[in-house]
Design a protein. Structure first.
Length: 191
């Protein structure tokens, strides 16, 4: 859909849909030691996206707010490969995707006052060696409504996630995460 390679870019009041790749992306180039510094998505909708709905990679000091993302083959929202990310997701909705939120090696991301529902899995901060800057060492998940993430029929690129169907929050290989004051209900496997 839209790819941003520059610092300090805000995208507002936009709908992206029906892309086979990513919807809205900010990305630096880790190989050339370039990180995006400063980004914001406000009042953005990403729907029926082939990979990630709203995606920040090699990017720091960003905010995603008042957004809706759904029907993504991977995750509605993704923040990855940043340390510190200094990323804020506020008042976002992630639904009907494989993962509502995924954050690989995304140290310093805060998710607050948001809703994740009807995904395969709700919220998944994680560490992997396939990306730089592992491990994920500090995601804050506070004051969210994470419910009914039992949907086996979402678009799905990776059958490996099926083992976690029905989970609200999965902390996979992470340290120093804070998960508190969330309402996590009706996820058939685990809250």
């Amino acid at each position: 859909g839209v790819i941003v390679f520059s610092n300090g870019v805000a995208v507002e009041n936009l709908t992206v849909r029906n892309y086979t790749g990513n919807g809205l992306v900010w990305t630096g180039d880790y190989g050339n030691d370039f990180l995006i510094d400063g980004y914001r998505a406000s009042y953005v909708t990403a729907h029926n996206i082939g990979v990630y709905g709203i995606y920040a990679f090699n990017a720091e000091n960003g905010q995603i707010d008042n957004a809706y993302a759904g029907a993504s083959d991977d995750s509605s929202y993704y923040v990855g490969q940043c340390n510190p990310c200094n990323a804020l997701l506020y008042n976002v909705v992630g639904t009907n995707s494989q993962l509502g939120y995924s954050g690989t090696n995304s140290t310093g991301t805060t998710i607050v006052a948001s809703e994740f529902y009807d995904n395969m899995i709700g919220v998944v901060p994680n560490s992997q060696d396939g990306e730089e800057l592992a491990p994920n060492a500090g995601t804050t998940i506070v004051g969210n409504y994470i419910h009914d993430n039992n949907n086996r029929f979402v678009p799905s690129r990776n059958s490996g996630f099926r083992t976690g169907v029905g989970s609200g929050v999965i902390l996979a290989g992470t340290t120093n995460n804070l998960v508190e004051r969330n309402l996590i209900v009706d996820n058939e496997r685990a809250g």
